[in-house]
Design a protein around this ligand. Sequence first.
Ligand SMILES: *Cc1c(COP(=O)(O)O)cnc(C)c1O
Length: 302
Amino acid sequence: MLRVQTSPFIQEIHSPWILPEIRLFIKREDVLHVMVSGNKWRKLSKNLDQAKKAGAQTLVTFGGAYSNHIYATAAAAREAGFSSAGIIRGDELSADNFTLRSARNMGMDLIFTDRTTYRDKQRLVERFRDRWESPYFLPEGGTNCLAVEGCREIVNEEVRDMDVVAVPAGTGGTMAGIIAAMPENKKVLGFSALKGNFLENEVQRLLDECAVKSRADWEVIDDDHTGGYARVTAELLHFISEFKAENNILLDPVYTGKMMLGLKKMIQAGAFRKDTKICAIHTGGLQGWNGMKERYGIEIPE
Ligand SMILES: *Cc1c(COP(=O)(O)O)cnc(C)c1O
């Protein structure tokens, strides 16, 4: 129901930090759709089919003020003929940013909650349920088992042939889908965009809950050096603009940039055997640059 605008393709990366005995590729999921980019398209697609089947009229979800998921849900709802609503963490003042302005312009009904209220999603659902006719609730970040199912489709024959798949992780839903689709003896590396070491448990919980049977090996890398979610360092920004100059591919500062910088460090530290073929997933999220520019004056690398 959500139309693909451009089919994702795989290209080889030729940055000078790639050791000669390693091959690094990138799967361009960022090109799937201009508005609903990358993994958010994969996560929403089956949920939208389900919402339509259930006769739902409004997609309701949760997120922070700069959330790629909020932005993607607003765009996907509009395209697929639903109304949309977003319950936002933080006060009304944050409404004046690119992400929320765009969501509102795409017709999303925004509800602002303070951080404490925001934590209890079940209560929020009960409190606001009557505001919408036939709502379909999507969890924060869009991760549920239908989303995991949708993310399996990131893995095509070419990706299955790789030795290692690298993916950025927030809730871990995308990673779980990739694990589900990868064969035995292959490895999935999830690079956490958040501080803390909860993600491994979270991914395991998702694999169990969604009854994923997979024999692929997987590991969460959570030694983020940038100081936490949506934090950027000079090193990260410099890396992203170098990568853009070398490969003409723009990474985002919250997810894919951190993943690629993490991969660079692992490759240079000799973490991969000779002749390893690695495929990194460009999960999209480039709308996030607009928020970086508004908040910190950080320009999108040319
Ligand atoms: C949301 C997002 C992620 C994280 O996906 P999860 O399924 O929550 O782990 C990764 N990359 C980008 C660009 C995203 O927008």
